[in-house]
Design a protein around this ligand. Sequence first.
Ligand code: 6PG
Length: 251
Amino acid sequence: MSEPVVRSFADEAAVFRAAADRFAEIAQAAVAQRGKMTIALAGGSTPKALYQLLTTEPYRSAVAWDKIEFFFGDERSVPPDHADSNYRMFMETLPAKITIATERVHRMRGEADDLDAAAREYQQELARVLGVPASGPPPALDLILLGMGGDGHTASLFPDTKALGETVRWVVANHVPQMSTWRITLSYGAINAARHVQFMVTGEGKAARLADVLEGPSDVERLPSQGIHPSPGEVEWLVDRGAAAQLKLIN
Ligand code: 6PG
């Protein structure tokens, strides 16, 4: 299991530039080696700035956008045009500026009445695009982008929720009682199978929790982000000075 690499930057803008550089690097290597890049996108608000940055130079020209398969790490139980939709957030950023064929943006059907069925469908879609049996172990995506919530959750793996215990399926519906909602999320198995996992965490508001996650005692039920340790892949934490304020290893 690789040790997490933590890279601290002066400010949010520097975090996004580092994330964009890494994205381009991983995309170029994946396309050169396998003819395409597969990525699972982070939701929430932090990644918006990264998706917008990727539509500018040098990234716009550096990436073979027609060779990228876009998946999502998680989705809210809302329709794709809802303000809370991670799909909508993404579509309003990168594909608004760079043409991405609709068949290469693989949406989780958060609006489905049966979210378990939607999760199973998504696993089939992942298997189809990655060219592996849906009944087997999770395939290695080239890159999974993640954020960390103030409670230490990541994707829609929230503290004390059932999805934390999923050890077979790659994608599950997850009831989040503390938010009185349902989500669809990649499981630990799917995330930890990735070649590269990259967290982006910014702002002082997350400093205490980030220190708990990275330097505190292991308690995955309470701090689900601690459960992200890809093997043989790597995990990188890109953090700004505010989020890193309580880290011993940095200061
Ligand atoms: C979501 C995300 C979630 C997010 C964290 C951090 O659907 O909300 O997948 O895991 O990454 O909540 O969100 P911010 O980056 O907006 O703080």
